[in-house]
Design a protein around this ligand. Structure first.
Ligand SMILES: *Cc1c(COP(=O)(O)O)cnc(C)c1O
Length: 336
């Protein structure tokens, strides 16, 4: 495994910190909890897409791209980090935003990630729900190429084998931290959506024979579909790295019991997770991804899923800027 063989632009503040969560561990009375702070990757309020974009944007640079396209839901963290990366590299950025939740609140439509998309100079067009958004984006990119632009299209969430290299790199980084700190880790838990994060992690962990269980908490698709998506991408990632077949189907485990009503719609357990993390560790979670992942972590601890004495690392994938797009979900006026 030799990541330096792949083109990469440096966009993230790395390594991100690995920190203990003593007050949360005590509050839950469960295993010893740690947090890997990929919310602190630095680029325009950070998040997990920055690591993927280091490899994706390097491909765009190598191709002489002048405009980068991507797509996501209205409050997409991926779109915001792509807009920021494009600004850093002097490229234009065009974003297709899908109205996936039906929310019409002003903050949802214009605050949070959308505000930052605009500040980074991205152009935006909108789509209704339920379309094949990657196909919509590819059609726009094709049209731009016909107009003489050198367009580079990044799939939703930056989740292809190139983007997943960013999370192979994170697996290396984490294992290095565990070893340096004499920290024996049993489980890593994180939110899983477009699959690139989990696919990269599982590939990197297997390649190093880390023997750490990895659990993705789903935010959208049912379990079978989520695990199949992650596995398929992990196979492509392993192939790209020159170690085909290293990930077995049973290495890919997702729990999708914490999605609630659907993507981008916080459940009661999502809001509870945001409160608990904010009050015990002063860590901000986001209502679409990291708080659903944390809700799964909290519930599984309460159910005794982890053995006494085990050590669990929660990978914080970022997104807290999205909180300002979700003020409607919190009863702020009654509490402020
Ligand atoms: C995109 C995202 C995820 C999910 O990562 P995938 O690689 O898409 O599975 C998790 N958390 C946050 C905050 C995200 O923006």
């Amino acid at each position: 495994m030799h990541l330096a063989r792949f083109p990469r632009v440096r966009l993230a503040h790395l390594p991100t910190p690995l920190e203990p969560m003593p007050r949360l561990s005590a509050a839950l009375g469960g295993p010893e909890l740690w947090i890997k702070r990929d919310d602190c990757t630095g680029l325009s309020t950070g998040g997990n897409k920055t690591r993927k974009l280091e490899f994706l944007m390097a491909e765009a640079v190598a191709q002489g791209t002048d405009i980068v396209l991507t797509q996501g839901a209205t409050q997409s963290n991926h779109a915001r980090q792509t807009a920021a990366a494009a600004a850093r590299l002097g490229m234009e950025c065009h974003i297709l935003l899908e109205d996936r939740t039906g929310y019409n609140h002003e903050n949802y439509r214009y605050n949070g990630n959308v505000l930052l998309d605009v500040l980074h100079g991205a152009s935006i067009e909108h789509r209704g729900p339920g379309l094949d958004m990657n196909a919509e984006m590819d059609a726009v990119a094709e049209r731009m190429r016909g107009e003489g632009r050198n367009a580079y299209a990044i799939p939703g969430g930056g989740s292809n084998a190139t983007g997943a290299l960013g999370y192979v790199n994170c697996a290396f980084e984490m294992l290095g931290q565990f070893n340096d700190m004499d920290l024996e880790v049993d489980h890593i838990v994180h939110a899983t959506g477009s699959a690139g994060t989990q696919a990269g992690l599982v590939t990197g962990l297997k390649a190093m024979n880390a023997q750490i269980s990895l659990l993705g908490i789903g935010v959208r698709a049912p379990r079978d579909k989520q695990e199949a998506n992650v596995f398929q991408l992990a196979e492509k990632t392993a192939e790209k790295l020159g170690c085909p077949g290293i990930v077995a189907r049973e290495d890919v485990v997702a729990n999708t019991d914490y999605v609630g009503e659907g993507y981008g719609i916080p459940a009661e357990s999502t809001l509870e997770a945001i409160d608990i993390f904010a009050r015990t560790e002063a860590i901000l979670l986001d209502p679409v991804y990291s708080a659903k992942g944390a809700a799964g972590l909290i519930d599984l601890i309460r159910k005794g899923h982890f053995k006494p004495g085990e050590r669990v690392v929660f990978l914080h994938t970022g997104g807290a800027i999205g909180l300002t797009g979700y003020t409607h979900a919190f009863d702020v006026a009654a509490r402020a």
